[in-house]
Design a protein around this ligand. Structure first.
Ligand SMILES: [Zn+2]
Length: 324
């Protein structure tokens, strides 16, 4: 396979390295040949490199002259690729190089996936390190394994493996877009032993609800700064300046959705109703001030319930819950 498809493409260093990498079979979990290619690149250019036990490799590229004191930048890409092919294509992803095609507008592959994800990222790091016109501080070219089928390379990365504190991940979804952060996911389970106590005799039950919020996906929409009904309900309850008890509290529906509604059944002395209403009114005003641009339909309602409740949460549990 000749490198004809990339002939004349600029930047030449980028395309040359992408082409070379595309000639090396590199399915996820079988990246050994690609890692050897990275080693070979380092040896050829007299760069030191380190490897960890899962198969990640980092190449240490010295700074341009005069930039030795600049902070180290990590350029990270993954060496594995998604291996798919059209029906009728004869290709062995464990042995065969990818056949590149230049359509005049795009570089594509002949009946298979191209591996630009993330071959182009790895190649970009290699190109920058060799480009004499690129002025940079110390670089670490971090090539990780197995992004596509489990992220085991990145997950097993040990903190001391790289020194740089700034990392540019070279694997992105959008052309020309530069992301300065990303959403992540973390589940936290808080487990409380439910302890109950008796309802105070003179107390009546009310349903307190926070509704009308937009919600959205907790990853994609988190940047919209939308209100979170659970937090609002917690803040509101913490601001109540009367004695009250909580019989029930709930909010949200999915772990990856911004909560749109939350509600509590609280009990207090009906004599304090005006005080409670005043707190709610002020709370709505201040919350709307904060959220009117993104969540203008924020609503808080208080409704008297015609039920008798025998038990409520114990006071110390109530305090702990509201402190969350
Ligand atoms: Zn990728």
């Amino acid at each position: 396979m000749s490198s004809k498809a990339i002939e004349g493409l600029k930047p030449a260093l980028l395309w040359q390295h992408f082409y070379e990498l595309s000639q090396i079979p590199r399915p996820s979990k079988r990246e050994e040949k690609a890692v050897e290619f990275v080693r070979e690149y380092a040896r050829r250019n007299n760069f030191k490199f380190d490897e960890d036990k899962v198969g990640n490799i980092v190449i240490h590229v010295p700074a341009s002259k005069g930039k030795e004191k600049s902070p180290t930048i990590v350029l990270q890409g993954h060496v594995d690729m998604v291996c798919e092919m059209n029906k009728g294509t004869k290709h062995d992803f464990d042995k065969d190089p990818i056949k590149l095609i230049n359509t005049g507008e795009w570089i594509t592959a002949d009946g298979t996936t191209l591996g630009a994800d993330n071959g182009i990222g790895v190649a970009a790091g290699m190109a920058v390190a060799l480009d004499k016109s690129a002025v940079h501080g110390p670089l670490e070219l971090l090539c990780t394994i197995d992004e596509e089928t489990g992220m085991t390379g990145v997950n097993e990365l040990q903190p001391k493996f790289i020194k740089g504190k700034t990392l540019l991940n070279m694997d992105s979804e959008e052309d020309g877009a530069f992301y300065v952060g990303c959403s992540g996911g973390q589940d936290t389970a808080g487990i409380f032993n439910l302890e109950y106590t008796r309802t105070r005799k003179n107390f009546a039950a009310y349903e307190l609800m926070v509704t009308g919020l937009k919600g959205g996906h907790s990853g994609l929409d988190i940047i919209q700064q939308r209100a979170n009904s659970i937090k609002l309900l917690g803040q509101l309850l913490s601001q109540l300046n009367v004695n009250f008890q909580i019989a029930k509290i709930s909010g949200g529906s999915l772990r990856n959705a911004i909560p749109r509604e939350a509600e509590a059944v609280i009990l207090f002395d009906p004599k304090d109703l005006l005080k409670v209403k005043k707190v709610i009114k002020n709370f709505i005003a201040s919350s709307l001030l904060e959220y009117k641009a993104v969540d203008p339909k924020l609503t808080v309602t208080l409704k008297k319930l015609r039920i008798k409740l025998a038990r409520v949460l114990k006071l110390n549990l109530q305090i702990r819950l509201l402190m969350l």
